[in-house]
Ligand binder design. Structure first.
Ligand code: SF4
Length: 412
């Protein structure tokens, strides 16, 4: 059940009490993953539907102090952190002196042991134009060991179409600055099927990303989200959308080219060298638990889901014992949990545990409809059953959304 609860009290305290028995009995572990949302951006890119605001610098300081307060509030329900992911927005727009305060608070108030001993993963999303030696040095000293660089394209024409304003020539420089600061793990984000982009343009983007020595590439197909400037421009006929055939050709080329270079696909849009998959995102896709701080950030703990208020003004001015006010709350629900696991898990190369899913379907009275949905996807050649798991086939990756929709439909 999802409710909009405006500025209602945070469920953190209730969650902590509901799960206290499990935690004290060691049947469940406290969340070991944390998402941090930094909402500032230099401007709004035309395809973006993430929560971000154009930064005027005047609220960065207040934001950092409010974030530190929230970090203190979640500390009692946060386990030793194995993954931290700072997304946005553009986290690299936060001033280095404010970053230093936030990282210091994380180190003193949270158990960062696995991160600081080098076994954990601490990622910060960065835009190339905001990467400086001072910032990267500050991040490294705070335990950051992975940078996710927002390249999107190395072609000025396609960056202009997306309304991304960075200079693509800054990318190699930014990667070098991160490495010089001691941050060795780099991921590069790219977008395919930009209007006007050819398969040769896309191949060139992949080649440049690979030449940066990245261990991980996220390659997303451009999507037209409701309410974005890009979707409005499409509606006005300002450009033609890439054909489905070209989208599929680019996708298959990505799998082949990156695979030949040693970056295997482990999720529909994500590729990594062996052992370099993003551990934090794997936590989401496997539907494990994570905490979240910052405006608009969503958390998932012991079946509960909630989302902090997205409005920065509300986030700054409203505090409930340090917790952020929340805008959405979903109580534990076995059917929804299974839907979520199917929705994200089926996109992984490892697939989902079909035997466990069928057992849960039995409890929900949905075994027959799920069996029929799985058989239908197998017959279509999109899904395979191996060792009790449901996995997309090579061609099935092109129909991941359809497969997820069919499986979820069996539960409705
Ligand atoms: S920089 Fe990223 S978060 Fe900010 S507007 Fe552009 S795409 Fe969205």
């Amino acid at each position: 059940m999802q409710r909009s609860i405006g500025s209602a009290r945070t469920p953190c305290a209730r969650i902590a009490s509901d799960t206290a028995d499990a935690w004290s009995g060691k049947q469940a572990a406290r969340p070991s993953s944390l998402y941090v949302h930094v909402p500032f951006c230099a401007h709004k890119c035309h395809y973006c539907d993430f929560y971000s605001i154009v930064d005027t610098q005047d609220r960065q300081e207040a934001f950092a102090h409010r974030l530190i307060e929230e970090i203190g509030a979640i500390a009692p329900i946060c386990g030793p952190l194995e993954t931290v992911f700072v997304g946005g927005g553009t986290p690299s727009m936060l001033r280095p002196d404010l970053w230093a305060l936030v990282l210091d608070a994380m180190r003193t108030r949270l158990d960062m042991g696995p991160i600081l001993d080098g076994t954990g993963e601490f990622t910060v999303e960065s835009n190339p134009e905001t990467v400086t030696p001072a910032l990267m040095g500050t991040l490294r000293r705070g335990g950051v060991n992975r940078i996710s660089m927002g390249a999107q394209s190395f072609d000025r024409r396609h960056l202009a179409t997306l309304e991304r304003r960075h200079d693509p020539d800054r990318l190699p420089l930014a990667c070098g600055i991160a490495r010089d600061a001691g941050i060795a793990r780099l991921s590069v984000d790219l977008i395919s099927a930009v209007p006007g982009q050819t398969i040769d343009d896309w191949d060139r983007d992949l080649g440049i990303a690979l030449s940066l020595g990245t261990e991980h590439i996220s390659a997303y197909t451009l999507t037209y989200e409701p309410g974005t400037a890009m979707t409005a421009r499409l509606g006005r006929g300002e450009f033609a959308k890439a054909s489905e055939d070209l989208e599929a050709e680019m996708y298959e080329h990505t799998v082949e080219r990156l695979g030949l270079e040693g970056l295997g696909r482990y999720e529909v849009s994500n590729y990594a060298r062996p052992g370099a998959a993003c551990a934090h995102n794997m936590c989401y896709w496997r539907q494990h638990d994570w905490l979240a701080v910052g405006p608009g950030a969503s958390a998932h703990v012991a079946g509960w889901r909630w989302k902090n208020t997205p409005r920065l003004d509300d986030y700054l001015s409203l505090s409930d014992g340090g917790f952020a006010p929340i805008s959405e709350l979903e109580e534990p629900d076995p059917a929804r949990s299974l839907m979520d696991r199917l929705m994200t898990g089926i996109r992984l190369t490892e697939g989902v545990d079909g035997e466990r899913a069928m057992s849960e379907c039995g409890s929900l009275g949905r075994s027959d409809s799920m069996r029929a949905a799985v058989d239908s996807c197998v017959d279509a050649g999109w899904l395979a059953e191996r060792s009790g798991r449901w996995m997309l086939t090579g061609s099935g990756f092109l129909f991941a959304d359809r497969v997820a929709g069919d499986l979820i439909g069996a539960l409705v």
